[in-house]
Design a protein around this ligand. Structure first.
Ligand code: HPA
Length: 271
């Protein structure tokens, strides 16, 4: 993996992907943030050596480099999910590349199903912590100490200073913010009512199919992580309704503008 990363990093550095303040993974719910980016360069994943290429409708694959205000950002538009068939090492490869391009602060976003009875669709949830229920682990296998430690401390996977700042930002913009624990399952099925119930009883507020592997790998390399989830449907006991990919996309799109404004303000004021 080390050699592949070097090759990909060299390729991107030669193309001028340097001096980056924030890395962003644009999941469902933050895709439109690209409208706020003053784009300098963009490269489709298929043109980047060693990069996986996404297969999910609605998840366009390209790497975007540019400015938001006075901050230089590198955005992954389109992510790689376990349910697509990638191993979690493959799915998190772009996060390793980001770190080696100099990214120290990472913002990840996703869409999720809310299981906290106080949530409603369209809510924005600041991820405070996660529960990893994926059937594979991105750090399984021999540890390369050049990346990070074998036994990784996870007590603050979602950086406290970033979270505090994000909360303050939301307050000052009068944007309502939920907070909670995100639990990752492999998908691609949405949950049965019994599974949503299980997720709640396990201590989570929302459930999804992504993000946790990326956050583990980012933390492995000591990056500061901020996680944001858009609640696109509800799996609340007694209130579980049917859900489709289209509905998830639609609710996420409606929340996108406000999430975008919040993230833009966050980045311009966080040092
Ligand atoms: N479950 C899992 N993943 C999701 C959901 C959900 O209800 N909504 C959006 N992504």
């Amino acid at each position: 993996m080390w050699k592949n990363i070097q090759e990909t990093v060299n390729f991107l550095q030669d193309k001028g992907f340097i001096k980056i303040d924030f890395g962003i993974i644009l999941g469902t719910g933050l895709g439109n943030l690209t409208n706020n980016i003053d784009i300098e360069k963009r490269i489709p994943y298929e043109d980047i050596p060693n990069f996986p290429v996404s297969t999910v409708p609605g998840h366009k694959g390209e790497l975007i480099y540019g400015n938001i205000g006075d901050k230089k950002i590198l955005a992954l538009r389109g992510r790689f999910h376990y349910y697509e068939g990638w191993s979690l090492k493959e799915a998190t490869f772009p996060v390793r590349v980001m770190k080696f391009l100099g990214v120290e602060k990472l913002i990840v976003s996703n869409a999720s199903g809310g299981v906290n009875p106080n949530f409603k669709t369209g809510d924005i949830m600041l991820i405070t912590d996660h529960i990893n229920m994926m059937p594979e682990h991105p750090l399984r296998g021999e540890n390369d100490d050049r990346f990070g430690p074998r036994f990784l401390d996870m007590h603050e996977a979602y950086n406290k200073r970033m979270r505090d700042h994000f909360e303050e930002q939301a307050k000052s913009m009068h944007i309502a913010l939920q907070k909670g624990v995100y639990l990752a399952l492999q998908g691609p099925t949405f949950e049965t009512p019994a599974e949503y119930g299980m997720v709640r009883r396990l201590g989570a507020d929302a459930v999804g199919m992504s993000t946790v592997p990326e956050v583990i790998v980012a933390k492995h390399m000591d990056m500061e992580v901020l996680g944001i989830s858009v609640i696109t449907d509800l799996g609340i006991e007694g209130k579980v309704e049917s859900v489709s990919h289209d509905e998830v996309q639609e609710v996420a799109h409606r929340a996108e503008k406000i999430v975008g404004q919040l993230v833009v303000e966050f980045m311009s004021t966080y040092e």
